[in-house]
Design a protein around this ligand. Sequence first.
Ligand code: NAP
Length: 292
Amino acid sequence: MKLLDGKKVSIEIKEELKEKIRREKEKSGKVPGLGIIQIGHNEAASVYVQSQIKGSKALGIETYLYSFEDSVKEELVLQKIEELNQMEEIDGIILQLPLPEQINRSHILQAIDVNKDVDGFKTENIGRLHLGEEGFNPCTPEGVITLLKKYDIPIESKNVTIIGRSNIVGKPMLGLFINHNATVTICNSLTKNLKEHTQKADIIVVAVGKEKFLTADMIQEGAIVVDVGINRSIDEKIVGDVDFDEVSRKASYITPVPGGVGSMTVAMLFQNIWKAFIRNRRIMNGEENKGE
Ligand code: NAP
């Protein structure tokens, strides 16, 4: 069994980005900018936002945090998004969850300029992904594909089973695997005989949110297992959805949790911000259409 070391790969990707940003700053004096919208005072969300700011700064990405009170009206947030859409120094905009009741997530997401949607959650970017067109892909599924490629794991013609069909993981994961010519099965909580689907898979992606959900009897010998899950165990450890000790004895490759897909997700966000920066400069210089 070999570990798919997301932490190591993500460090390499971040180092490459840091160097590109450093060179760009030297050349043009410009750096990528990330706008973060946070509403309310959720403690976990604040910790996450601070770590995003720290991570961005380490790469030379400028961050702009816009914090709103819990009671803010949706109109005000939409106004701010419109402002950020126009700001040249902001290349990417992300919306921190959770949101208070009066704020409709979809309204906010759809207001973000398609070329600044670095989370890749906007309908248009999801559509582009499924059509195999250039756009921003959601970071977690993009991280999974990038990790497999870094380990030279072939995807084409492989049988892939995804467990979980959420809009941010399972569904875009399906589109990306199809675009890479895999044969894909996607399961949900109503799937009958789940084991039948997982046992025939060369690659299994688990995104359910339940500790030890995937057990060794569910996989074939030599399968490649990608664990997207992030759960807190009874003893307060961060664990995935896979029974790692048992499954790792049968798998050919497996992602650890932590240090697997989660690390890749963060790196993919930075990669999308860099991509947005390049794209937005081209648009400003009239070398590319806005595409809207
Ligand atoms: P979600 O929106 O709760 O979706 C969970 C999916 O699992 C649903 O599609 C659900 O089916 C399916 N499911 C639940 N029980 C099942 C069962 N018994 N058999 C088959 N499918 C079942 O969760 P999510 O946002 O996709 O996240 C999933 C996990 O990944 C969570 O632990 C989350 O914390 C983690 N996550 C990690 C990262 C990362 O960077 N590593 C990023 C995002 C999420 P139904 O649709 O039928 O309900």
